[in-house]
Design a protein around this ligand. Structure first.
Ligand SMILES: NC(=O)c1ccc[n+]([C@@H]2O[C@H](COP(=O)([O-])OP(=O)(O)OC[C@H]3O[C@@H](n4cnc5c(N)ncnc54)[C@H](OP(=O)(O)O)[C@@H]3O)[C@@H](O)[C@H]2O)c1
Length: 343
């Protein structure tokens, strides 16, 4: 039997705990260490997940030679710095989304990873679930004819909690960065599948947003993307308004509804794609089971593709991450959102 990949986590926040839990049933990986800005928080996290190694700085975790792969669960503005340091220490990397603050930073990160022969993947977990691969296949097979309109929405109402990184300009926050990044990545994947490519890049990006006067980031935003063949995508995101966070794809011969595009399988049920073909009385419901929980699939994909340095599409390839960051840059430019660190 293959030895398990030894993981360390940087940060002890919300999503760090999700991945720590997901590694418990993993057959390919095990969590052995955590690094935090404070020893107290590292100790608490280590206690919760029965880890023997709790480091009171991120640097100390990177000095642990037993740690082979690092999960970067830090705020967006810290992804580039810590992914670069991981690569320099020979660690493989699973980095939270969005990959960096902007495309220029993403290029720098990928260059560092390339130089040090590390594996790196942006942690869009929905790309790792077979529901997403099945969806791309349905589109590629023209099951709803030619794709014309994509509607991808991801928006929630967390209230105006200004101490949260999502509502901080200095942490490269905002809804576009937090959840708009999912909708952009999905539209690029679907348009790509329709065009016979892995992903497609929009020819045009138009966007509008509400920028909060206190947060100085977008609190709700929409965008319209035009891809080749005039495939149009309408994206909605927000941190101060709940919308139904679904995906709909409208084609020349029918449409597709994905009720749970972002967290497939997270409620314990299989993925579900509902397809209504023109001329058919009833929609067909396609069930897409997975072998493991959503975030376990993501960690397993890292372990399975270390030698290739990247995971295969529809998981996030480097090229896909670069294209997505560029789309987010263009969306932010439209709404006038500049981060302090970019000034
Ligand atoms: N894929 C997903 O499902 C998903 C879900 C949520 C978030 N995310 C992404 O994951 C990242 C972290 O999000 P989160 O929700 O886990 O955030 P969070 O709960 O605020 O945790 C972030 C952690 O980063 C560390 N940190 C370092 N500098 C910080 C600073 N200036 N302000 C706040 N925290 C700082 C802290 O850990 P220490 O104090 O221990 O150092 C903190 O606990 C973001 O990039 C986000 O986009 C992904």
């Amino acid at each position: 039997m293959q030895e398990k990949l030894k993981w360390g986590i940087l940060g002890t926040g919300n999503i760090a705990k999700v991945l720590a839990r997901a590694l418990v049933p993993s057959t390919t990986g095990e969590l052995i260490a955590v690094g935090s800005r404070t020893q107290e928080s590292a100790d608490k996290f280590a206690g919760e997940f029965s880890l023997s190694r709790a480091y009171g700085s991120y640097e100390a975790l990177l000095e642990d030679t037993e740690v082979q792969a690092v999960y970067i669960s830090l705020p967006n503005h810290l992804h580039l710095e810590w992914a670069t340091r991981c690569a320099e220490r020979g660690k493989h990397i699973l980095c939270e989304k969005p990959l960096t603050t902007n495309r220029t930073e993403a290029e720098a990160m990928i260059e560092a990873v390339r130089q040090h022969d590390a594996f790196m993947m942006e942690a869009f977990m929905y790309r790792c679930h077979p529901q997403t691969a099945r969806l791309a296949e349905l589109i590629r097979n023209q099951e709803i004819g030619e794709v014309r309109v994509i509607q991808a929405h991801f928006s929630y109402n967390m209230g105006l909690k200004l101490d949260n990184i999502r509502l901080q300009n200095e942490a490269a926050g905002g809804a576009i960065m937090d959840v708009g990044c999912y909708t952009a990545s999905m539209a690029r994947l679907v348009a790509g599948a329709a065009l016979g490519q892995e992903v497609a890049e929009p020819e045009e990006v138009k966007g509008v947003a509400h920028i909060g006067p206190e947060s100085r980031v977008d609190e709700w935003a929409t965008a319209v993307l035009r891809f080749p063949n005039d495939i149009l995508a309408n994206l909605t995101c927000g941190s101060q308004v709940s919308v139904d966070s679904t995906l709909r794809i409208w084609g020349s011969k029918g449409h597709i509804l994905v009720p749970n595009p972002w967290f497939p399988g997270n409620d314990g049920s299989p993925g579900k794609i509902i397809i209504q073909r023109s001329g058919q009385e009833q929609p067909e419901e396609i069930s897409v089971p997975a072998d493991a929980p959503l975030y376990t699939l993501e960690a397993d994909i890292v372990a399975q593709h270390l030698a290739q340095h990247q995971a295969p599409s529809p998981c996030m390839t480097w090229n896909d991450s670069l294209g997505n960051m560029q789309t987010l840059d263009r969306w932010r430019e439209q709404v006038g959102l500049v981060f302090d660190r970019e000034r």
